[in-house]
Write a new protein. Structure first.
Length: 471
């Protein structure tokens, strides 16, 4: 972990200047003000047909200044940290308090010395010549796996963000956040048909992550199940039992249910769960978590973007709605502690409640037994695009791969289908939860007004009835 002085030097500011900026921001009587300094370096390489087709390096630097007064937010930013420009931004943000009535009480939250992403080798110490061999080795490993592969596209991207947060309560928090992401797409041709498959991995790791084990893992995953894709057909649709495979099926949990637990939607009465705190929303034994503490996970954070320590939050515990996902605003409104879910895309945006790593905890059912219990249904394990209505909870997801279940066995592979349902109803219709929780470490990004990195996961789960859109 870097020293506090490192961050002061990086942003060219002093402690007294931070105090002056927050005092200026509150000059018209706001309830609370905070500063978010950020210095991020980005790098990426794209390999196509064995040749680097693109690459780039850029930096982002600046400070965002926020003032809260009652239910209103004033926000301004500067792309440099010269004191006159920051004072100007602070004055602009402070204007929100003029004529604004009402107030909320903000209290210190305390901080923990978290370190969820220790780094051995900083990405900033690497250049293209250091990273290119990984991509070429990855391409060769993938091509060697299947003679039907006609093209491989591989991308490596990394970033390192230094952030420093200070608020009018006197809390100062600093963090350095690494991120490495690898994405590979293989295009297959067989008997006149073309299929493609994309596999990705993303971690808050340094460059030590790009070793042979990662190459082997991605290469194996990219060919796994490709025979079934060539054989897959579109099944007959209708209402049926649906078994959600462990891992990537967690994206349905994220979209169809997780967003509805974000406190801003509930505070404004826009979520289907707005009046259900403390009520049973799932069968007993089901627990749904949003977690910022998983080691090296893409969604984890030592602190969120308001300086609140990362934690594991039970949204649903043993079937009972236990907590919304709070930033400082919603926490003050509800009179509870923030849960570390105040996140932002970068310093140009104000933080809002966002998920981190969202998953369902293990149940006590054997995955094989869950499938064996189904006479007629469908098993799905890879999703792509989805749509959700937060207020009603209705969702639609496109399924990339799955299998029919007939008499307790996985049979014909299927593709090109939609899964349609309602989030609260799907939660209440859970019949069994497997003991095989898997966190999917793909390059998941959530786009609620702003883009932030997230991850998801779940064990094998049986839902009694969802609509399958097929023939």
């Amino acid at each position: 972990m870097n020293s506090t002085q490192y961050y002061f030097n990086t942003f060219g500011v002093t402690g007294p200047q931070l105090e002056e900026l927050t005092a200026t921001a509150l000059r018209h009587g706001g309830d609370y003000a905070d500063l978010y300094f950020e210095y991020t370096t980005y790098f990426n390489l794209l390999l196509k047909d064995g040749v680097v087709s693109s690459g780039g390096f850029h930096t982002d630097f600046g400070v965002g200044i926020r003032v809260l007064k009652g239910e209103k937010t004033g926000y301004a930013y500067s792309e440099n940290t010269d004191m006159p420009d920051m004072i100007k931004a602070a004055k602009a943000a402070s204007a929100i308090a003029l004529g604004t009535t009402g107030s909320l009480n903000y209290a210190k939250v305390g901080n923990h010395a978290n370190n969820f992403y220790p780094t051995a080798d900083s990405w900033r110490a690497k250049d293209a010549e250091d990273l290119l061999p990984f991509l070429t080795s990855l391409e060769k490993a993938i091509v060697s796996k299947d003679t039907r592969i006609i093209k491989v596209i591989a991308r490596l991207s990394d970033s390192v963000s230094d952030v420093m947060m200070y608020n009018s309560l006197g809390e100062l928090v600093c963090d350095t956040r690494p991120m490495g992401s690898v994405t590979a797409t293989a295009i297959f041709q067989h008997n006149g048909k073309t299929e493609n498959k994309t596999v990705s991995r993303s971690f808050r790791h340094g460059s030590e992550m790009i070793g042979q084990s990662l190459i082997d893992e991605i290469a194996q995953d990219i060919v796994e199940g490709i025979d079934a894709r060539f054989e897959a057909t579109r099944p007959k649709g209708g209402q049926m039992n649906v078994v959600m495979g462990a891992g990537a099926s967690g994206i349905l949990l994220h979209e169809a249910m997780g967003h509805a637990f974000e406190a801003d939607f509930n505070r404004k009465g826009q979520s289907i769960f707005s009046e259900k705190m403390g009520m049973q929303v799932c069968p007993k034994g089901v627990s749904v978590v949003d977690d910022g503490t998983l080691m090296w996970n893409r969604g984890s954070g030592n602190h969120d973007d308001e300086g609140v320590a990362g934690e594991k939050t039970y949204m649903v515990k043993d079937g009972i709605l236990n907590s919304y996902l709070h930033d400082r605003i919603s926490a003050a409104s509800y009179g509870v502690r923030p849960t570390g879910n105040g996140r932002r895309e970068n310093f140009r945006y104000n933080p809002i409640p966002r998920m981190r790593a969202t998953y369902m905890e293990n149940g006590d059912s054997d995955p094989g037994s869950i499938i064996a219990s189904i006479r007629n249904g469908i098993y799905v394990d890879e999703f792509s695009n989805g749509q959700v209505k937060i207020g009603e909870g209705d969702f639609t997801f496109y399924v990339k791969s799955g299998y029919m279940i007939e008499n307790g066995r996985l049979t014909a592979p299927v593709k090109d289908i939609n899964i349609i349902g309602n989030g609260p109803q799907a939660l209440s219709d859970i019949l069994a939860v497997g003991n095989d929780l898997k966190i999917d470490n793909g390059t998941w990004t959530c786009g609620k007004e702003q883009s932030v990195p997230v991850s998801c996961g779940m064990p094998t789960v049986l839902i009694s009835s969802l609509t399958v859109g097929g023939e």
